[in-house]
Ligand binder design. Structure first.
Ligand code: FE2
Length: 393
């Protein structure tokens, strides 16, 4: 059934291909920019990815204003302020974010400070507070998972007050997302697996949560198909360029889907596992996904049943009786986890990922206060969360 009303937005231009980085100088020129800052982290520099990006500016008349490669794993207020100072000092006129979630969020924070001409980002915390025209902004993801290159959210950590500050505005969306498989070719199998399962969770939750709509459904199912066809292959052979490219596309499509329809209880509980026990986000998603689906199954079973087709193909869909399809889908996700565990030792139980039983209460309390609980179509009580944790332990 279609929703009575919905909104869908994705103004991000996607430049995707084996040499997509080489389009960046053209895109900057189109936006009247010639002196970008590059915001990344040390891991990206050490992996040689920054060099590859810098090489793509050879033979162009773009000058890199400054490179900042000290973004911490969790984007921080202090870092955002420091980068904004560098941006002004070096007279930059565009932002290039290169990395996973943290450089993307950091770049979005810098864009707020520069574009709103302020030194205090806290004034713009919350939803739709940005009014100014933003700086030209190009995002180059180096993992296939977060979808940050097409999401309108940034979370910046305020160290002084020890709070995570959320910023939501369509103005935070990059102008261009560049998907170039050279950026993910050397990702270790475990990170490839965890980030890929994060993308799968984005797509499944987008397809099943309360704000789903026909546009987000289209992106979600297309993402699930590519993940079903490519994730295990790319864990087995990280140098498989086609599979890497397919996963980059899947991650971006899943990002577009959930940016427009939200995520649900897997993310709420996963965020809490990250906050309480520092479990990697993608790993938490992979572990929790089947158990939250089992909890949701009496409400969402018909939708899970439909997803066998994109995840596993027509033969398996047709060979499964209608009444067994939702359980089959959950079983398929569990068996993906099992295969991933065999291939790269990614944990598939919360106990293996570092959660302690005595942390269950705190995880449950934190999860119930997470914004991602609201769009989950079935309400969870504290006991329900505890039961999911127990089953996933
Ligand atoms: Fe996620």
């Amino acid at each position: 059934m279609l929703p009575k009303y919905y909104e869908f937005q994705n103004p991000v231009k996607i430049n995707a291909g084996m040499d997509a980085l080489e389009t960046i100088p053209y895109e900057l020129k189109q936006m009247n920019a010639s002196r970008p800052i590059i915001i990344t982290d040390k891991g990206i520099t050490n992996a040689g990815l920054l060099k590859t990006v810098l090489n793509s500016f050879d033979d162009s008349d773009i000058t890199i204003g400054v490179v900042f490669d000290e973004t911490p794993p969790d984007s921080s207020l202090k870092t955002v302020n420091n980068i904004a100072k560098l941006y002004r000092k070096h007279k930059c006129d565009a932002i290039i974010a290169l990395g996973g979630g943290s450089p993307m969020d950091t770049a979005k924070g810098v864009n707020i400070l520069i574009s709103e001409n302020t030194d205090d980002i806290r004034k713009f915390m919350g939803a739709d507070r940005l009014k100014s025209n933003m700086q030209p902004f190009i995002a180059i993801p180096t993992t296939s998972g977060t979808g940050s290159e097409v999401t309108l959210v940034a979370v910046i950590y305020d160290e002084e007050n020890q709070v995570k500050m959320p910023f939501t505005s369509s103005k935070l969306l990059p102008d261009v997302a560049v998907l170039d498989p050279r950026m993910t070719m050397d990702l270790p199998p475990k990170i490839t697996a965890a980030t890929g399962m994060d993308a799968l969770t984005h797509a499944i939750e987008a397809y099943t949560c309360l704000q789903k709509n026909p546009m987000s459904d289209a992106y979600a199912t297309a993402a699930i198909k590519l993940i079903g066809e490519n994730l295990l292959n790319v864990i087995k052979d990280g140098k498989n360029k086609e599979a890497r490219f397919a996963m980059a596309n899947a991650s971006t499509m899943a990002g577009i889907a959930f940016s427009n329809s939200m995520v649900g209880a897997v993310h709420a509980i996963g965020h809490a596992c990250g906050a309480v026990a520092h479990i990697h986000h993608g790993t938490a998603m992979a572990i929790l996904l089947p158990y939250v689906m089992e909890f949701n199954n009496d409400v969402l079973g018909d939708l899970y049943a439909e997803l066998i087709l994109p995840l596993a193909g027509a033969d398996i869909y047709a060979a499964t009786g209608a009444s067994k399809r939702s359980q089959k889908f959950i079983g398929l996700v569990k068996s993906m986890n099992q295969k991933i565990n065999e291939l790269c030792k990614m944990p598939i139980r919360l106990s293996e990922a570092g959660l302690k039983k005595e942390q269950f209460e705190q995880v449950a309390e934190t999860a119930l206060n997470d914004g991602a609980m609201l769009p989950n179509p079935k309400e969870l009580s504290k006991n329900d969360v505890l039961e999911v944790l127990e089953r996933a332990f």
